[in-house]
Design a protein around this ligand. Structure first.
Ligand code: CO
Length: 287
């Protein structure tokens, strides 16, 4: 079996749970087909191996489209259900499914449904399954993420430069309030941070108006996403006339894309790790 990009060996080559502890951790990300963007996942996986040396760690991509695209080039990545099957075969008894999404939106709901379907159809597979929450859940998560983001950008950023963040968002706006919380957290720390989401068409116009009102002439464009994948490279930084970079430039604002995913920041990986706990208000499925 060919491994995903040859780097994330852990994806399809799982050690036996019996040889380790009997705990399995499934890292469930949206996924990316962009090779360079995988460094975010590698970084998060490393943080997990360090924190949970006795657990079997597996990776899954929740996006069927991305998995199909990768399969065409011979790279195999588990779906969440395939990964659960594999962890069951390896003898894991307690499973933590950690969502590697930014907010509990569409992909998180899909993930929850697929886990429920799995446990209903295979009630004897595990003793306990926990679905652990995504990155931005509490004020503390937003605060740590904002701090990490600003600290990282500080070295290269000039004081007069704005930061324009592109979140993913969801067409029907679910999760927008979480993003508003993030925006408020960032605004308290820095007056020149602006944010919009790629799925919400109207966001860019508001963003542009805000940038003009603030007299911004130069901005660093940064994805507020775990990986710097397709949205970051095309919708944010792309050469096409409809990318945010091109539209800003067309309006006289110099755009400097910064293609790095949040998952590359160690502090962000740590937030995910801190969410991998058996808390009572998580989706807990016991058989
Ligand atoms: Co998308």
């Amino acid at each position: 079996m060919k491994f995903f990009f040859g780097l994330l060996l852990i994806i399809t080559l799982l050690p036996d749970c019996l040889a380790l502890g009997r705990t399995g951790i499934l890292l469930a990300a949206f996924g990316t087909s962009v090779r360079e963007a995988q460094s975010s996942y590698v970084n998060i996986e490393k943080a997990y191996s360090k924190k949970f040396p006795d657990a079997t760690i597996a990776f899954a991509f929740t996006s069927g489209k991305i998995r199909a695209k990768l399969a065409k080039s011979g790279d195999r990545v588990f779906s969440p259900v395939e990964a659960l099957d594999e962890l069951a075969k390896k003898g894991c008894k307690t499973i933590y499914v950690q969502s590697l999404h930014i907010t509990a939106g569409e992909e998180f709901a899909r993930l929850a449904r697929s886990i429920l379907r799995f446990t209903e159809s295979k009630p004897d597979a595990f003793e306990a399954v926990y679905l652990c929450r995504p990155l931005l859940e509490t004020r503390a998560d937003a605060d740590k993420t904002a701090q990490a983001l600003l600290a990282w950008l500080k070295s290269e950023r000039k004081p007069e430069e704005a930061i324009v963040l592109m979140a993913h968002g969801q067409k029907n706006g679910r999760g927008d309030l979480i993003l508003e919380g993030m925006r408020a957290t960032l605004a308290k720390k820095d007056q020149r941070i602006f944010m919009g989401s790629v799925e919400n068409e109207g966001d860019f116009d508001t963003l542009l108006a805000d940038l003009k009102k603030a007299g911004i002439k130069k901005a660093r464009l940064v994805p507020l996403m775990v990986v710097s994948g397709d949205h970051a490279r095309n919708d944010l930084a792309g050469k096409d006339a409809d990318s945010w970079a091109s539209r800003l430039e067309a309006d006289g604002i110099q755009a400097i894309p910064v293609l790095k995913g949040l998952g590359e920041l160690p502090e962000v990986a740590e937030i995910f790790v801190s969410h991998t706990v058996p808390e009572d208000d998580l989706l807990k499925i016991r058989q």
